[in-house]
Design a protein around this ligand. Structure first.
Ligand SMILES: [Zn+2]
Length: 322
């Protein structure tokens, strides 16, 4: 745990010392995915193809697109502070997020992290089946089960499910509507603070937390935590780090491949407009000040370590921050 402590110390230092600006330094990390392809066509084009992962040292990270569709608010309403200049810069980073008129077109993406000895971690669980709680506003049913199959992943082989936070579009495939865990052999890692912030009758508590507690699969983390190591000297670890603001106990996942790093951001940023200007808040952030601080930290960390960002809602999985 000493590494975790050092990591946390470094985080505090970066928060205090780093100013994040440089909107023009963002880039699409995977040139192959940089083409301007309408979202629906993109899904169709990818249908049936085996899913390929991105190597990060001894790990392989595979994006799994659960769903995509328009947001229920226009983009200016979702990000009231964004200026025309911000939108212009954001369009250059993620053009497919700009639907007709003021529509915000977004993806709902999970990630699988395969480690040595076939250890499997899933980050987030998408919008879920047709009758999941996300059905009220998100494009259900999601296709995560199909995506897992295309990635060669049996749900029974998943060791760990990290829920970055307890919003409907991130826990959808955690459990089925009858309370049965979708990943029978996994522990589900969520920050204790996230669980504590839920009200007694809140959907996330009754739909996800209570069933996972009943089966003994809920694993509440207290801050920074390592999930899997690959052995001393092998170089590499996967860990969670608190990135509060979007929700009280929001967390992100760091994949450290021993020199190469990748950060699965969760909803620290939900649109490219928050990459080009991290001061731009998202309308539904629980604590806008904390959310901005977390965003600035993630971007500073990515720049300091040359890390690639893996986002849930941008319309491409990989974002490089120079
Ligand atoms: Zn989300």
């Amino acid at each position: 745990m000493c590494e975790a402590t050092a990591e946390f110390g470094r985080r505090r230092f970066l928060l205090a010392a780093t100013a994040v600006t440089v909107a023009g330094a963002l880039s699409v990390a995977d040139p192959a995915s940089a083409g301007r392809v309408p979202t629906r066509d993109r899904e169709v084009r990818h249908a049936g193809r085996p899913r390929a992962g991105r190597p990060v040292g001894p790990f392989e990270v595979t994006p799994l697109l659960d769903a995509s569709g328009p947001f229920f608010l226009d983009r200016q309403s979702a990000f009231p502070e964004a200026t025309p200049g911000d939108w212009e810069l954001a369009r250059a980073v993620d053009p497919d997020a700009f639907g007709p008129g003021q529509t915000w077109q977004l993806d709902f993406r999970c990630y699988a992290i395969r480690g040595p000895r076939d250890r499997l971690t899933l980050v987030d669980a998408g919008v879920g089946p047709a009758d999941s709680p996300a059905a009220a506003w998100a494009p259900v049913p999601g296709r995560l089960p199909t995506e897992l199959g295309l990635a060669g992943i049996d749900p029974a082989d998943v060791d760990t499910v990290v829920l970055t936070h307890l919003h409907e579009d991130h826990f959808g495939w955690s459990v089925m509507p009858d309370g049965t865990p979708v990943f029978p052999n996994a522990r589900y890692v969520v920050q204790r603070r996230e669980v504590a912030a839920l009200g007694a009758g809140q959907t996330a508590r009754t739909y996800v937390v209570d069933p996972l507690r009943a089966t003994g699969q809920l694993d509440e983390a207290d801050g920074v935590a390592r999930l899997a190591t690959v052995g001393r000297g092998a170089g590499g670890w996967v860990g969670v780090v608190p990135t509060p603001g979007h929700t009280p106990g929001h967390q992100s996942v760091i994949v450290d491949g021993g020199g190469r790093q990748l950060i699965v951001t969760g909803d620290v940023l939900v649109h490219a407009v928050q990459l080009v200007d991290p001061a731009v808040g998202y309308r539904f952030e629980a604590d806008p000040v904390a959310a901005r601080r977390s965003r600035e930290w993630v971007l500073a960390e990515a720049r300091a370590r040359g890390a690639v960002l893996a986002t849930a809602h941008l319309t491409r999985p990989w974002i490089g921050v120079d």
